[in-house]
Structures are given as structure tokens and as C-alpha cells.
Design a protein around this ligand. Structure first.
Ligand code: VGL
Ligand code: ZN
Length: 192
């Protein structure tokens, strides 16, 4: 019997982390972002039955992550601004509000991990993945060393099988990117 691609992938979801304008061409533009977005779009088109989860950094204007409040970063992904929106080429695929998880909304708390995000209904990603009977996630996004790494590690610790698409990543620092990938692989995250 021949299984269709969709049937084979029934236990799998794609997790797209922070492919948002401020990380692509904005205040925190990351290296490799244009290519990462283009390849993510190709991947989505090549796997039409694959459920898609989107993570969004979603800060209030006074977030503690920003330099004016003593944090390490310039203002980015402020709620209601273009910088916080999903790239227009991918936005049509973020068509299920239940599968969009927002993080970084509490001004006092830094959240690099999509695992700590919540959807519109207040559910966590792990909760929704389990309801969908998903046991394996394929992760791509921005930035490798921060949100991609933290999201992938938290999913792995929670028992999901995790594969990172290494051609669908962008980074703050090239050496940080390489180091993060090495360490993630040692921890048991697959690179593909
Ligand atoms: C991120 C820095 C600050 C990320 C988010 O998505 O990797 N990095 N906020
Ligand atoms: Zn942020």
C-alpha cells in the first residue's frame, strides 16, 4: 500500500518561529532572513497537508526586553506595528488563529520560547499539539540562537521529536548560529 505524503506526516507539524518583519528587515534584522523566509514558503508549498503553527513575538511598547527599560534589544515586534507582523508571503498560511501563539506580552518577562506562548483561546502550544495527536515537530524561523533554540529545546524536553530545518533559519551572529546548532544536535535535536 502506498501512503500519501499527508498520511505519512499525520503525527507531524511545522513550527514557524518569529518570521516577523522586525527580524527580517526591521530593528533586529537577522542574517539570512530573506532566504529563510523564501525556503520556508517553498517547504510549506511542498507539504500541503502539514499543519502549520506560527509563533509571534508580541511585545507591549514598554517591554523589559528593550534598551530603554534596561534590556538587551532595540524595540521590536511591538503589538500593532508592521514590525510584529508575519512576512506577507507566509501570512496566508497562518490561517488558523488556534495555531498562532503569542509570546512576550508581559512587560516584565522575557520569553524566547514559543513554548511559553498562548493562542487567542489561552492554550499553550504543547496543549494544542497533544490535542492534535502530534508527536513530532519540524522547526524553522528566527533567530537560531534565541527563539528557535529555546522553542526547540522546550519541545524536546516535553517529549516531542524535534527536527530543525537548517536552511530555513536566520541569526543574530554567525558564530552564535553555528554554536547553537552544534549544541542542539548534541541534545538530540535533528538537523535536516
Ligand atoms: C528574539 C530577541 C528578542 C527571537 C525575540 O525571536 O529570537 N530575539 N526577542
Ligand atoms: Zn522579543
Amino acid at each position: 500500500m502506498t501512503l500519501t505524503k499527508t498520511a505519512m506526516m499525520k503525527d507531524t507539524a511545522l513550527v514557524v518561529v518569529d518570521m516577523l518583519y522586525d527580524f527580517i528587515d526591521g530593528s533586529l534584522a537577522c542574517q539570512g532572513a530573506d532566504e529563510a523566509v523564501a525556503r520556508t514558503l517553498e517547504y510549506i508549498k511542498a507539504h500541503p497537508g502539514l499543519p502549520r503553527i506560527f509563533i509571534m513575538d508580541h511585545h507591549p511598547a514598554n517591554h523589559s526586553s528593550f534598551a530603554a527599560q534596561g534590556g538587551p534589544w532595540p524595540p521590536h515586534c511591538v503589538q500593532g506595528t508592521r514590525g510584529g507582523e508575519i512576512h506577507e508571503s507566509l501570512a496566508p498560511y497562518a490561517d488558523d488563529e488556534g495555531l498562532i501563539f503569542y509570546k512576550g506580552e508581559d512587560p516584565a518577562v522575557e520569553q524566547y520560547s514559543g513554548f511559553e506562548g498562548r493562542n487567542e483561546a489561552g492554550q499553550s502550544m504543547a496543549e494544542v499539539l497533544r490535542l492534535m495527536e502530534i508527536s513530532r515537530v519540524i522547526v524553522c524561523g528566527i533567530a537560531t540562537e534565541y527563539c528557535v533554540r529555546n522553542t526547540s529545546e522546550d519541545l524536546l524536553k516535553d517529549g516531542f521529536k524535534v527536527t530543525v530545518l537548517k536552511d530555513c533559519l536566520a541569526w543574530v551572529d554567525p558564530e552564535g548560529h553555528r554554536q547553537a546548532l552544534l549544541e542542539m544536535e548534541k541534545e538530540g535535536i535533528r538537523l535536516s
